[in-house]
Design a protein around this ligand. Structure first.
Ligand SMILES: [Zn+2]
Length: 404
């Protein structure tokens, strides 16, 4: 080998060595990399900002990949109060095969939830023609700002001197500019003031509709008697009879969705949640929300004391604030437990009616033997000069003494 070719070989070996070294360096610098991505697949790096909704349960989930394909564990350091608006620093670290990477991320806790507006008296309201309109009121609570009722703006007007439907719009924003809007429809209607005088009977039926309600409706039609149904969701398959009750001219009123004492009497909000749920069913069936209520167990019940002392005192006052009327009864048929005899129900109702000028009779249309008593009660009443009426917002409402 000549000197010249020796020299050339050395140069070639040197070049190859340099190329190999550069290649190893490139693989090390470019290939061995750890990257971080958010849950929705966005890649993040040092000083990235991630927005988190106020009140979130946990920090955003960050995952790490080695060479864009191998998932590796991430450790988190630092703390953020997700129930407090602000910015926090969180470090995310990951290591793999002797490589380690840490990024510091700016966690921004922001308010993304609008306030919640609740309308006292509900989103549908009946108003008597000619009576000056007064808004029953509202509350607005924001998850961050708290009570923002004072910031609610109401637009729209109600002309109480002209029959018709009016829409009021309630709008409020929180400090993060999340806006909430709700509307209320006010039906201005002519209401006849009923002066029932003597010998009036309000027949009322609780806990249905159920398997015997259709039979009852047909008996009532036979005598052209209108009554009041305090309805529940106890038999969901019979819900269509709520529409039928209204269609035949009876009053549909709220009893309870669940009729579970331990639930509805556990607190004021629990009670009205249940009330509203039943009223939604009524609205679906009849097109109108009801404004008359019968408390399960009556206003005088003491069982509620077990779940919330004093709740009946609060509820019997609060319903008025929400534009709801409630009716107890002054004649009990005994069909809730004392008897299962049709003749005994007839006897109880007839003797009760005779003791009052105006009677509100409690029966349950989910009891066959009680529905079977209705025809005799009506025949006796009509033969003895009684008028049967459905309850309306202008009817006298019997109220029991409150015991809790
Ligand atoms: Zn009941």
């Amino acid at each position: 080998m000549t000197n010249k070719s020796k020299k050339r070989l050395v140069i070639i070996i040197a070049c190859i060595t340099v190329i190999v070294l550069v290649a190893i360096l490139l693989v090390f610098l470019l290939g061995n990399k750890i990257s971080f991505v958010t849950e929705d697949g966005k890649s993040i790096g040092n000083n990235s900002t991630i927005e988190v909704a106020h009140g979130s349960a946990e920090l955003p989930k960050i995952s790490a990949l080695y060479n864009d394909k191998t998932p590796i564990d991430v450790t988190t350091t630092g703390e953020a109060d997700l129930n407090k608006i602000g910015e926090y620093r969180i470090a995310y670290s990951a290591s793999y095969d002797g490589n380690e990477k840490t990024i510091s991320v700016n966690i921004k806790v922001v308010d993304k939830t609008p306030p919640e507006i609740k309308l006292k008296g509900g989103d549908e309201l009946n108003w008597t023609l000619g009576k000056e309109f007064v808004d029953p009121g509202f509350t607005a609570v924001d998850n961050v700002d708290g009570d923002v009722s004072a910031n609610v703006k109401v637009s729209g007007t109600v002309d109480a001197n002209t029959e018709g439907d009016y829409t009021l719009t309630y709008t409020v924003s929180d400090s993060a500019k999340n806006e909430a809007t709700v509307t209320r429809t006010v039906h201005v209607v002519q209401k006849k003031e009923v002066d029932p005088g003597n010998k009036v009977v309000y027949l009322t039926y609780d806990d249905g509709p159920g398997p015997y309600t259709q039979k009852l409706l047909d008996i009532l039609d036979k005598y052209n008697v209108k009554v009041t149904f305090f309805v529940t969701n106890g038999f969901p398959n019979y819900q269509n009879l709520i529409a039928e009750e209204a269609r035949r001219g009876h009053t549909v009123a709220v009893h309870s969705y669940t009729h579970k004492y331990e639930q509805i009497y556990s607190g004021v909000e629990a009670f009205f949640d249940d009330f509203n749920k039943m009223n939604d069913v009524i609205k679906n069936q009849t097109g109108h929300a009801a404004s008359i209520l019968r408390f399960p167990g009556g206003g005088s019940n003491t069982i509620s004391k077990k779940y919330c002392p004093g709740i009946m005192t609060t509820l019997t006052n609060e319903v008025g604030n929400r534009g709801i009327l409630y009716a107890d009864w002054n004649v009990s048929s005994g069909d809730a437990g004392e008897t299962t005899s049709t003749q005994q129900v007839v006897a109880n109702v007839i003797s009760g009616i005779q003791k009052n000028n105006v009677s509100t009779v409690l029966q349950h249309d989910i009891k066959d033997f009680s529905v079977n008593a209705v025809e005799q009660i009506i025949q006796w009443g009509q033969a003895n000069g009684y008028t049967f009426l459905p309850l309306s917002e202008t009817s006298p409402m019997h109220h029991h003494a409150v015991n809790n």
